[in-house]
Design a binder for this molecule. Sequence first.
Ligand SMILES: Cc1cc2nc3c(=O)[nH]c(=O)nc-3n(C[C@H](O)[C@H](O)[C@H](O)COP(=O)(O)OP(=O)(O)OC[C@H]3O[C@@H](n4cnc5c(N)ncnc54)[C@H](O)[C@@H]3O)c2cc1C
Ligand SMILES: NC(=O)c1ccc[n+]([C@@H]2O[C@H](COP(=O)([O-])OP(=O)(O)OC[C@H]3O[C@@H](n4cnc5c(N)ncnc54)[C@H](OP(=O)(O)O)[C@@H]3O)[C@@H](O)[C@H]2O)c1
Length: 413
Amino acid sequence: MDSCKEQEQQGFNQAKFVKVLGPIIVGAGPSGLAVAACLSQHGVPSLILEKNDCIASLWQQKTYDRLKLHLPKQFCELPLRGFPDDFPKYPTKGQFISYMESYASHFRIQPKFNQAVKTTEFDHIKGVWRVQTEDLEYHSRWLIVATGENAEPVIPDIAGYDKFIGNILHTSEYKSGSRFKNQRVLVVGCGNSGMEVSLDLCRHNAIPHMVVRNTVHVLPREMFGMSTFGIAMALLKWLPLRLVDKFLLLVANLILGNTDQLGLKRPKTGPIELKNVTGKTPVLDVGALSQIKSGKIKVMGGVKEVTKNGVKFMNGQEKKFESIILATGYKSNVPTWLKGCDFFTKDGMPKTPFPNGWKGENGLYTVGFTRRGLLGTASDAVKIAQDIGDQWKTIKGNDKSCNSHVIILGKPW
Ligand SMILES: Cc1cc2nc3c(=O)[nH]c(=O)nc-3n(C[C@H](O)[C@H](O)[C@H](O)COP(=O)(O)OP(=O)(O)OC[C@H]3O[C@@H](n4cnc5c(N)ncnc54)[C@H](O)[C@@H]3O)c2cc1C
Ligand SMILES: NC(=O)c1ccc[n+]([C@@H]2O[C@H](COP(=O)([O-])OP(=O)(O)OC[C@H]3O[C@@H](n4cnc5c(N)ncnc54)[C@H](OP(=O)(O)O)[C@@H]3O)[C@@H](O)[C@H]2O)c1
């Protein structure tokens, strides 16, 4: 270990303040890793602070076993290093995690784990971001927010939860349908998680009922042997968005039939336009629809209240359930820890829409908040690294001294 590294290790145990020479990245998910890798290509060191004890914790700890990428791998790879050639077109969750691990090790990315960022504020006098975790305060002139659009589960405010004697869990806690065998299960929500969890429950001989309170676009994952997403991306290069939406819906209806008759009414706005305007992701069907057609997944209307043994629905119907799974989505957590900064909405998303939401003021950046999945992450990471790389070149040698990326201080600098 060189002397800087030794100093760093010892210092972390004693110091209250840590000066970080390069940017501080909050979050070691795909976005944090991608931006750290791109920065390293510009010779810029960075420090990732991660609240959990592993990289890609959403994927490792909060996703179900049967999860596979919905989009072909070329749309989900991070910059500078793609998926291995022998991975299938739609990698499994395990393969995605192994890709993330080899990505981090290839670029020698070593996040500091168990460092939940509690508060962050820009210090206008010193011109630095003050990033506080439980035991330390980190300072840097750059802050990169990489905590994700899906940082916390959304738990809807439905009356009567406390009366229910069965299990209530969010999809972020669901692993497999095996523990629900022969149970009547209510899945609240019909996004990609709700559909796939319902399908998984069918495969484990449970009896899923899925709440669809609103309209929803369901598209086949593939059309004519090609990914629907890939076709849409290609067509958008040549045709107006609304025409592409019309085409997708025409083919979807030919392949899937009229989903309205199954209780899955389509929104008036087309799937891509809706995604762009509201962020609502269309469902890419991987088998749930045929289970709905066969009656194995039952479609229900909105929930009025939870009772001791089940649920009362808006239409007055009442049904018994042993478990309730909330497939009600996720939200950003930025407003809980980033203070005094009006770059974000109250929902924790950048106010400036894509493609310009990656850069704020005073050295603030965001990666992975484009509502465009991993494709958006890759685009943000490249732009941020270029921008900070240009600034880094102009910084005097003294401020980049010591091969280490941090300097330990016992008092504020
Ligand atoms: C079930 C599921 C399946 C998905 N499938 C796909 C897919 O196939 N393709 C696709 O493109 N997208 C998919 N997504 C979207 C997914 O969110 C992104 O692919 C990807 O995980 C985003 O990476 P990220 O790094 O921006 O966020 P995350 O993966 O959420 O990583 C953020 C990291 O920040 C950490 N963090 C949060 N708050 C703090 C804090 N205060 N202090 C320190 N660390 C913090 C978290 O612990 C986490 O490790 C899926 C999402 C879900 C929920
Ligand atoms: N294999 C994959 O690649 C994969 C798998 C799963 C998820 N994902 C991705 O992960 C992200 C999150 O997906 P998600 O499905 O977890 O969340 P989501 O897309 O936000 O869907 C949430 C669902 O819950 C419903 N809902 C919310 N509150 C409700 C309430 N009180 N009562 C009834 N329904 C309620 C919503 O209905 P309304 O529309 O009425 O609000 C919506 O149907 C998406 O980007 C998705 O594409 C990908």
